[in-house]
Design a protein around this ligand. Structure first.
Ligand code: GLU
Length: 493
């Protein structure tokens, strides 16, 4: 049996769309499920869209996501290398070897492609005329039947040209899609596709077919926006007499407004999720469920479980909606399972960036803060907001309205003073002290519940609710707690 081979073939545009990551993931999962190869191929033949550093950025994102390829470019320290026997895997490098021209010439010899010398001005005129007649603009076939002599004359005159595919007239092309079933197009609906552009580079449509064949790709998993291109690809396979791969077109990833996920309706770039401190395992888990579902009800699935369960038959034929709340919930579930050390490691850069901690901050304070809030963090970029009150100076604590109200009465102020006296009597705060101190005040003052807890907590952190108060005191330390209790006095009415 031939080895299963799948590829992710992005055009490096400078960032990776969530939908692109999903395409990469589905290719990866299917390849791993069947013990096959996952290839990364870079489709960069559109030189007008060249973006410096785009490839390196793409490789970093895929590495972050853990989608390791068996063939294609890989990051090796500071440089990019390639692995696999079918390289190069970057189309511009393949172009430099003259590979595509060779196959284009084969089609010309077979009468299935032709030189086209039409100028841009002529093409524009033809297109405008068709539009004004209410027709779909397309190439009018002006150069389809040039004689070999005419072609020679144009070439010798050094005229610019493209090479076009010579589509048979009025012919049905049918291909099977694993999700959508049989799809038929008539060639009269299609254009004589350019295969080689005037700059000598192949178009996507040509390079994709040549490379998928030469690299032994067995399944093409890609976004459904490519369906209308597929009949041209199928005809190219037929022209060359090559075996056609299986097609799997994935439903588009939609935003909550049911339109394609884009900058306008959400964060569409994977890089934005990396920057916001999402965990790769969680994002991958969530994205796997965008348009695919496993058999059971289980939603939290490890990489191994995804690989085991993944198949094409449970991909839905309609778009998957990107639900940020669900992703946040899922990311939170993954954060709950992290070790405290990992939580500290992940939250530190966000706190540093917010200017709340620095290299001199006691690691133990961060540890305690991580323990306190681990179950509430959904993604790490929100950590500064969640933990600000633990790391700011007393003068910068923000007291919310409820806290101010809780501190207004003389009874409330008396409770705060009582806490201040007890803290002052300590050399340094210990867990024994911080765990028991509010109970002590309760006994002494005979006040309990909200009447006790609201003012005390409000005085120290600026709000009336929050997690374990004893740990909060420990994180702040003796002197800072005293400074805050001093500040809280100003809310007395
Ligand atoms: N280079 C195409 C893209 O950017 C790949 C389409 C395909 O997978 O055939 O999406």
């Amino acid at each position: 049996m031939t080895q299963v081979k799948l590829r992710f073939a992005p055009s490096p545009t400078g960032y990776l769309h969530i939908g692109g990551l999903r395409t990469a993931l589905f290719n990866y999962l299917y390849a791993r499920h069947h013990g096959g190869h996952f290839i990364l191929r870079i489709e960069d033949t559109d030189r007008t869209r060249y973006v410096p550093d785009a490839l390196e950025n793409l490789l970093r994102v895929l590495q972050w996501a853990g989608l390791e390829n068996d063939e294609g470019p890989v990051l090796g320290g500071a440089s990019i290398t390639e692995k696999g026997e079918n390289g190069p895997y970057i189309q511009s490098h393949r172009h430099e070897q003259g590979l595509y021209r060779h196959y284009a010439e084969q089609l010309i010899h077979q009468g299935q492609a032709y030189y086209c010398f039409c100028t841009k001005e002529r093409l524009d005129e033809v297109r405008d005329a068709m539009k004004s007649r209410g027709e779909t603009p397309r190439y009018d076939g002006h150069c389809r039947n040039l004689s070999p002599e005419e072609v020679k004359r144009h070439l010798e005159a050094g005229e610019e040209y493209v090479i076009r595919m010579k589509l048979p007239r009025d012919t049905n092309v049918t291909f099977h899609d694993a999700i959508k079933g049989d799809i038929t197009f008539n060639t009269d609906e299609l254009d004589d596709q350019v295969l080689i552009k005037s700059d000598g580079y192949p178009t996507y449509h040509f390079a994709v077919v040549v490379d998928d064949h030469l690299m032994g790709v067995t399944h093409i998993v890609r976004g459904e926006e490519w369906i209308s291109s597929t009949p041209k690809h199928v005809l190219l396979y037929q022209n060359f007499g090559w075996e056609q791969p299986m097609y799997v077109h994935l439903p588009t990833v939609l935003g909550e407004d049911h339109k394609k996920l884009s900058k306008r309706n959400g964060d569409a770039a994977v890089e934005q999720y990396i920057e916001k401190g999402y965990l790769p395992e969680a994002l991958i888990n969530y994205i796997a469920l965008l348009g695919w579902s496993p058999k059971g009800n289980e939603e939290i699935l490890s990489r191994e479980e995804l690989i085991k369960a993944f198949d094409f038959d449970r991909i839905s034929s309609t778009g998957g909606i990107f639900d940020i709340k669900k992703l946040n919930w899922m990311n939170g579930e993954y954060i709950k399972k992290l070790s405290v050390e990992k939580v500290v490691e992940a939250m530190r850069p966000f706190l540093e960036q917010a200017g709340l901690v620095d290299a001199s901050t006691d690691e133990e304070r961060l540890r305690l803060a991580a323990e306190l809030y681990q179950n509430r963090i959904e993604y790490f970029a929100e950590v500064p907001d969640i933990m600000r009150h633990l790391f700011v100076d007393a003068k910068d604590v923000v007291y919310d309205d409820e806290a101010k109200e809780a501190l207004a009465t003389s009874e409330a102020q008396e409770l705060a003073t009582c806490l201040a006296e007890k803290v002052k009597a300590q050399d340094a705060l210990t867990p024994e002290f911080t765990n028991g101190v509010v109970k002590e005040i309760q006994k002494e003052k005979g006040i309990k519940g909200k009447a006790l807890w609201f003012p005390i907590r409000a005085a120290v952190v600026g709000s009336t609710s929050g997690p374990d108060f004893g740990k909060t005191l420990l994180i702040l330390g003796r002197d800072e707690v005293l400074r805050r209790l001093e500040v809280a006095k100003k809310f007395a009415k």
